[in-house]
Ligand binder design. Structure first.
Ligand code: PLP
Length: 506
């Protein structure tokens, strides 16, 4: 028999919990009745594409909570006991007035827990972890930073006790305006820069600014979770546009007015494509023609290893359509919580008000230290130093993959802090390799686990792993890939009985 359950790969909860939840709900709604059998764990695991162990764990919890009972050598059946009370409760709901009383004064969506992005590694205690977007902890300029913070504290005066400019410290806005000119081809005045607490805060700022204008959120597929979940949670219409090797496919932009589009043109997150100049221009034209705006998330563009970086969309925009998000989370450290938005001139006053409403500004000490770090040239020296380190780590990762797996297809290796490895035909799905890696202490991530969301119909949905290399030494990269390769070989020579004959390896 089959039951109507499915796995939502954008749902961050463990797979066994998703199964448990759906089967429990079917029992409570009377769709599965007392005494009815559940499918054998092997059958259900094949039906929904998860390991048999996952199904067994879900069944064990249903058993523990009394929703099902197990009859040795026969199977698992919906139990006749406790859940009846719940079924009864659902079939005989209290009158609306009673519900209204119970919720009096409470907004219905106040208790709705929104989905939020995965920014830290989902598996703890791994020996080797290719978690994405994590800068090298050893390369943070601790000594320099301590000296800056010390000096700033000594001369802080009332700056630590009083509110500062909510738009951000002028010295930092000026340093950023001077930096993005040569680095990203953006000519901007410090007045158009708003300092935010990381680019996630910037996304919130833009979302507030454009809330009355936006009819739909047009996003990349796959897409960074932080952007997708934010707008999805706000119940805005979501329109995915597929990404290929040249970035977001601008031929598939929707013909609707007043949309807000989110893109990562320098290094598409997570597939790593660089949006071509032709598509950049088409995207800008589309925004002009449809009275739409664009969020350009330039999260890791400080790292470019091949070819010159293309001018940012914001640098090409002559009509005030682009909100440019920058962050110090990748080039320095996410713990600083510092980022910035370059705002189109007509929105500057509104952005200043929204930033005041949202947070009264960002912390002064970090801003002041960062301003001096940039003004003295130390920031550019730091970037030059870590670019070298990350380039060597990227090379080591690609080399080790080639040593162990032959002719590998790597996406997005021209820049950034992670690569996407498109698995060869015959390999198990990315999700299976992720589980196998975790079981031997190696963190390697399928797209949906790596801080992104991808629709199942996208060609890369389950044949691609994302591997962050910035926080792994070359030796550790070599050891991790060797371990992963050995585990895959073992899986090939001892396929699980319930595994439907998949072959591993080229
Ligand atoms: C695409 C993308 N944008 C932005 C960020 C950074 O967010 P924040 O600046 O809030 O730390 C990340 C972090 O992982 C990211 O992957």
């Amino acid at each position: 028999m089959q039951i109507a359950v499915r796995i939502d790969h954008c749902d961050e909860r463990p797979l066994q919990f998703q199964l448990f939840d759906q089967i429990r709900s079917m029992i409570l709604r009377g769709l599965l009745r007392s005494g009815e059998p559940l499918p054998a764990s092997r059958i259900l695991s094949q039906q929904v594409g998860v390991s048999r162990n996952t199904v067994i764990l879900a069944y064990e919890r249903l058993l523990l909570e009394g929703y099902v009972e197990s009859r040795p050598s026969v199977g698992t059946f919906v139990s006749a006991g406790v859940p009846e009370a719940s079924i009864f409760a659902l079939k005989n709901p209290p009158p609306q007035a009673e519900i209204a009383d119970a919720h009096e004064g409470r907004e219905a969506n106040a208790v709705r827990v929104p989905r939020s992005q995965q920014v830290v590694t989902p598996v703890k205690g791994l020996a080797y972890d290719f978690w994405v977007g994590r800068p090298s902890a050893d390369s943070f300029p601790v000594r320099e930073w301590r000296r800056l913070v010390d000096t700033k504290l000594r001369y802080a005066g009332a700056r630590l006790t009083e509110y500062q400019d909510p738009q951000g410290l002028f010295e930092l806005r000026r340093a950023i305006a001077e930096h993005v000119g040569p680095a990203r081809g953006i000519t901007v005045s410090p007045d158009e820069v708003v300092i935010v607490t990381g680019s996630q805060d910037g996304l919130n700022l833009v979302s507030s600014l454009l809330s009355f204008h936006t009819t739909a959120f047009v996003h990349e597929d796959p897409c960074y979770q932080g952007a997708l979940y934010l707008f999805d949670n706000r119940a805005i219409r979501m329109i995915p546009v597929p990404v290929d090797e040249a970035g977001i496919n601008t031929n598939e932009l929707p013909s609707i007015d007043r949309a807000l589009s989110y893109v990562t043109p320098s290094h598409q997150y997570p597939l790593g494509a660089t949006l071509t100049l032709e598509r950049r221009i088409r995207l800008l034209n589309w925004a002009n023609e449809t009275d739409s705006y664009i969020i350009e998330d330039d999260y890791d563009s400080d790292f470019r290893y091949e070819g010159a970086p293309l001018t940012a969309l914001r640098g090409l925009d002559t009509k005030g359509r682009v909100f440019y998000l920058g962050t110090f989370s990748k080039c320095l450290g996410a713990g600083l919580r510092l980022g910035f938005v370059i705002i189109p001139p007509e929105f500057v006053a509104a952005a200043r008000s929204w930033k005041t409403l949202m947070s009264n500004g960002s912390p002064w000490l970090e801003q002041a230290s960062m301003a001096e770090f940039m003004e003295t040239g130390a920031f550019n020296r730091h970037l030059r130093r870590i670019r070298q380190i990350y380039r060597s780590r990227r090379d080591a990762l690609i080399r080790e993959l080639a040593v162990h797996f032959g002719d590998v297809t790597i996406l997005g290796s021209g820049g950034g802090m992670h690569i996407a490895w498109q698995l060869p035909p015959g390999f198990p799905p990315a999700r299976t390799i992720e589980e196998l890696g975790a079981s031997i202490g190696v963190g390697a991530y399928s797209i949906n686990s790596g801080g992104a969301c991808i629709r199942p119909e996208h060609p890369r949905s389950d044949d691609t792993l994302v591997l962050g290399f910035a926080n792994m030494s070359e030796d550790r990269i070599a050891a991790a890939i060797a371990n992963l390769s050995r585990a895959l070989d073992r899986a090939r020579s001892h396929p699980q009985r319930n595994d439907p004959g998949r072959k591993v390896g080229p």
